[in-house]
Design a protein around this ligand. Structure first.
Ligand code: NDP
Ligand code: MG
Length: 389
């Protein structure tokens, strides 16, 4: 039996993982499930999956979760420390699918215990990629990508020599506003930004797809995960979201990964790795699909891409600033404080201020420096938001 823990079990990625695990429950020993405010889902899944422990990240939700699980035999805990403690429980495989920078600590703790970490939480790599990858290496632990583009690159690289890789191309659907006139984007509403043309995902990542902050994060994620030079990584707009990534080799070959836009593919690949097992996802009929299209991204529509390039070139703690400022700007957009195009202005202003004052390159990347930078960047981003207003 494979012992597994799912961080962020109640979210969009977490629920896709539960769908796979619930189909073959006898093959898994579910140790812990973690969630946030969605307590009914957390409790229902903990019982259904016969988990030992259910944890909510909110201490004030402890009593309600305890009540929901009374008499079921599932232990209950609450708060960020309880999530970190759950990460220390021995398992073979853990899914990191918390949203935001809160996913970093449980991932680091899991790696310290030698757990194979299936990483959906891209913020971990953006804020602290060198720390996370070094932690894995020093504890002999494996990190597997779950973000669909990175899973695609990972699969295209099986049996290949990294020295023969010339470029890595990650694709982007273009998000909700790909056909809007650029001039209209400043007026985009929350509801309009929250609809993805191809993928069914959580609200925050859906808005990040419309702005391409998600793709910017994925550029940095590619650099950190695969250790490739920023100049080798490209973004290609591909409306159909069927090719998730391509790897270009020094003999001119491009290896493309084609699959349905269903996160259960990437999660299932990481769950069964290094094997490939049957998964309950759609089989594509390419003759029916007929044509696949590709376009270069329009930089004026997606300023987040140039900001991500800048972050990759700067390195060091620039990723922690980028992620925190982006999260704060996104909070501001969701709360109606700022407009859609203001998000990239806030991130740029925060990068400017913090690059000038803190020197982001020459500080060692430790958990302390990352968390400190994250906190400061949120304050600077909030200041930039109030200056806009
Ligand atoms: P969701 O918002 O759907 O789910 C997030 C999960 O994290 C929920 O379980 C939520 O609990 C929990 N959570 C929220 N805040 C905290 C916190 N502060 N501490 C601990 N747990 C918390 O996100 P997604 O599933 O969409 O995304 C998860 C991660 O995967 C993100 O990093 C995202 O970028 C990445 N990703 C997502 C993809 C997708 O298809 N959705 C694709 C590729 C990557 P609750 O809901 O109970 O409050
Ligand atoms: Mg992705």
């Amino acid at each position: 039996m494979k012992r597994v823990t799912l961080f962020g079990a109640t979210g969009s990625v977490g629920q896709s993982a539960i769908d796979l695990i619930a189909r073959d429950l006898d093959a898994y020993d579910v140790v812990a499930l973690t969630g946030g405010r969605n307590l009914v889902q957390l409790a229902t899944d903990a019982v259904r999956l016969r988990a030992d422990l259910a944890v909510t990240c909110y201490p004030e939700c402890y009593d309600a979760l305890k009540q929901l699980l009374a008499g079921t035999g599932v232990a209950v805990a609450a708060g960020p420390d309880a999530i970190a403690e759950a990460a220390a429980r021995p398992v073979d495989w853990a899914l990191s699918a918390i949203i935001g920078a809160a996913g970093l600590v449980p991932g680091l703790v899991a790696l310290e215990h030698g757990t194979t970490l299936a990483l959906a939480n891209k913020e971990s790599l953006v804020t602290a990629g060198p720390l996370l990858m070094a932690k894995a290496q020093s504890h002999g632990a494996t990190v597997l990508p779950v973000d669909s583009e990175h899973s695609a690159v990972f699969q295209a690289l099986v049996g290949e020599d990294m020295a023969a890789v010339e470029r890595v191309i990650i694709t982007a659907s273009g998000g909700a506003f790909r056909d809007w006139p650029v001039a209209k984007l400043a007026k985009a509403t929350l509801a309009e930004a929250s609809c993805h043309p191809n993928w069914n995902m959580g609200q925050r990542i859906t808005i990040d797809s419309a702005s391409m902050f998600n793709k910017g994060m994925e550029l940095i994620e590619t650099k950190e995960f695969f250790g490739v030079d920023p100049d080798m990584i490209e973004v290609l707009v591909h409306r159909e979201s069927l090719i998730h990534a391509l790897v270009g080799f020094n003999d001119g070959a491009l290896m493309a990964h084609v699959g349905p836009p269903d996160m259960r593919h990437a999660i299932g690949y990481a769950l069964h790795w290094p094997d490939r097992r049957a998964l309950p996802v759609e089989r594509l009929d390419l003759a029916k699909i007929g044509a696949l299209t590709f376009e270069a991204p329009d930089q004026s529509r997606y300023p987040a891409l140039a900001l991500a390039q800048r972050v990759m070139q700067t390195g060091g703690l620039a990723g922690a600033v980028f992620n925190a400022a982006k999260e704060r700007a996104l909070d501001g957009f969701i709360a109606g404080q700022i407009g859609f195009m203001d998000m990239s202005r806030i991130v740029e202003a925060t990068l400017d201020t913090m690059t000038a004052s803190a020197g982001l390159q020459n500080v060692p990347i430790t958990l302390d420096t990352v968390l400190q930078t994250d906190r400061l960047a949120r304050i600077r981003a909030a200041e930039a938001i109030s200056q806009l207003g």
